[in-house]
Design a protein around this ligand. Structure first.
Ligand code: ATP
Ligand code: MG
Length: 559
């Protein structure tokens, strides 16, 4: 397949190669660590391809670990969806699925270890006070009045927190590092918060939950992760990540490496904001085909290979790489489907055409290749009958000069069939065109009419044999390139009211019985995929994955 090429090199892979060659590591272990608080999106696909790809390319392993430290926002349904998405993308994690919550006992013991070493304390300041005491980028923080509690008092209070003796927000456990550090993450970061919540994995066992910072590096260490690859926003957390590894008796010392997150124009890549679209009913669920979620893109018709190819094309860089053009994503899917999708004809906006110079029972069946370049694809039987449909957009009563489609008195070729001429236009009482009367030139099957040039070729479907189907056309969900750029404004203001158009279409009979998730190129219209959930072999529903015009290929040619 054209999409399966050797992956592009990147700085992390080069670095790991050097470490392996230099003997610093023998085999690498990476991990993909989603929080199960939403569905995965295209940004996560980049992280998945990178982490699983690094392991694959260097003969190492990659773990799937749920970073499940916030029971209030997490759900089993998200865990299931994330596992499905990773598999669908074509990756297999090593060993069982892991959970940070598997390590809660160990983390608690390590919290006690820090207290015993004088490196942690229970703080009674409120969340607001903690923020205020923390200082700013230009001002150092101030020590909490509770900072010098004794080891015994701290151990006892932490145990009380664990048992559920205190109210949420009443106490936290903090590391005792440096309230004057220029890195705010080192100003006595929070290790544990009180939460009286039921956890999807640990039930009601815990009344305290560890912070991301206190969980992540230690989980990496427990699992023997060698390279903890994460996005750039964690760069300033790295000194803290290392502080924990250096101050705890951990079994291994993983290394954190940051890369730039993926941002796509016209697209949101934040689970929190995508959740809002779902919760507010703006889209029909996390896997709505307009969503940039992996499951949404799957429903829309994207292939795993196209998403992997896209992630490879965007590359991996150490510095913020700005907005990626969504045309690059659509280019990746087009170049995959161009080779792999069988062709068919489907009329989205049917306009009836009656052939006046053939008998009522006229029928010819053409054998048409399933794909112009793929002899292995089954041949289609395409019937022509007296009544057929063309697309309304392919007819104009008063056409402009360069309109090579159908118009009164004009000729076009019906794809794979004859040249026909439009002799008469029928309108309804409201003056709308409802039918065209055309005559067939029988001398034009498979050859050009003598002496005249017919430029237009239209797709069409027999009215007798065509099958009615629903076709859903999609446009970007947002009209602004960066809908959430202005932090104070509501990104919903940039919603595209025309992101979904539903057509009652007619498809050629060879489409009958199509299984969900089958993909086609509907000639002249685009690439389509039978909806995973709504489409049945009896009642077809197609999603347009992408149109035919490849703007990215053009940009590349020019560049
Ligand atoms: P979101 O802001 O959408 O909730 P997140 O980073 O909080 O994303 P996690 O579940 O914590 O979501 O992410 C799992 C992994 O995916 C992390 O290692 C994170 O760095 C990575 N990741 C998340 N978003 C992107 C992105 N846009 N580009 C690349 N990697 C990403
Ligand atoms: Mg996160």
């Amino acid at each position: 397949m054209t999409t399966e090429t050797t992956p592009a090199p990147n700085f992390i892979r080069n670095q790991i190669r050097e470490e392996i060659e230099g003997g610093q590591v023998t085999s690498i272990v990476t991990r993909f660590p989603p929080e199960p608080n939403g569905f995965l999106h295209i940004g996560h696909a980049k992280s998945i391809c990178l982490n699983f790809g690094l392991a694959e390319q260097t003969g190492g392993q990659c773990h799937l670990r749920f970073d499940d430290t916030n029971p209030a926002k997490e759900e089993q349904a998200y865990i299931d969806a994330i596992k499905e998405d990773v598999h669908w993308l074509g990756f297999e994690w090593s060993g069982d699925v892991r959970f940070a919550s598997d390590y809660f006992d160990q983390l608690y013991a390590w919290a006690q270890h820090l207290i015993n070493a004088g490196n942690a304390y229970v703080d009674d300041l409120s969340p607001d006070e903690i923020r205020e005491y923390r200082g700013t980028l230009t001002e150092p923080g101030r020590p909490s009045p509770y900072r010098e509690r004794s080891v015994d008092e701290n151990l006892e209070l932490l145990e009380g927190m664990r048992q559920g003796d205190f109210a949420e927000g009443g106490k936290v456990l903090r590391a005792k590092i440096d309230m004057a550090s220029p890195n705010i993450n080192l100003r006595d970061p929070i290790l544990y918060r009180i939460r009286h919540a039921t956890h999807h994995q640990t039930g009601d066992k815990w009344h305290i939950y560890p912070s991301y910072d206190f969980t992540h590096g230690q989980s990496d260490a427990i699992e023997g992760i060698t390279h903890s690859v994460c996005t750039l926003e964690f760069e300033a957390h790295r000194p803290l990540y290392e502080w924990f590894l250096n101050n705890l008796p951990v079994p291994a010392k993983p290394r954190q490496i940051e890369f730039a997150r993926l941002n796509l124009n016209y697209t949101l890549t934040s689970k929190r904001k995508l959740k809002l679209l779902v919760d507010d009913g703006i889209v029909a669920g996390w896997d709505d085909p307009r969503m940039p979620t992996i499951s949404g893109m799957r429903r829309r018709g994207y292939t795993p290979a196209s998403l992997r190819k896209f992630c490879d094309m965007v590359g991996v860089s150490r510095s913020d790489s700005g907005l990626v053009d969504i045309a690059m994503l659509t280019h990746a899917i087009r170049s995959d489907l161009e080779d792999s999708a069988p062709r068919a004809m489907c009329v989205l906006k049917p306009l009836k055409v009656v052939l006046t110079n053939v008998p009522d029972d006229f029928e010819e069946i053409y054998e048409v290749p399933g794909h112009p370049a793929r002899e292995d694809m089954p041949v289609r039987q395409v019937p022509l009958t007296r009544e057929l449909y063309i697309d309304h957009n392919d007819f104009m009563e008063e056409p402009p000069k360069k309109f090579f489609r159908l118009a009164p008195g004009k000729e076009v070729r019906l794809r794979n069939s004859y040249v026909v001429r439009c002799d008469e236009v029928i309108k309804d009482a409201a003056g709308e065109v409802v039918e065209l009367r055309c005559s067939v030139d029988f001398d034009t099957l498979g050859k050009n009419p003598e002496g005249r040039k017919v430029k237009g070729v239209l797709h069409w479907v027999s009215a007798t044999h065509g099958i009615p189907m629903e076709v859903r056309l999609y446009d970007n969900l947002f009209t602004a390139e960066q809908p959430d750029r202005d932090k104070d404004a509501d990104f919903l203001e940039h919603l595209n009211p025309e992101s979904l158009t539903i057509c009652q279409a007619i498809g050629e009979p060879s489409l009958a019985g199509t299984a969900p998730e089958s993909r086609f190129q509907f000639e002249r219209v685009g690439y389509f995929c039978a909806d995973r959930h709504a489409s049945t072999p009896e009642k077809l529903v197609f999603n347009r994955t992408v149109g035919l015009k490849d703007t990215w290929a053009k940009i590349k040619q020019k560049g």
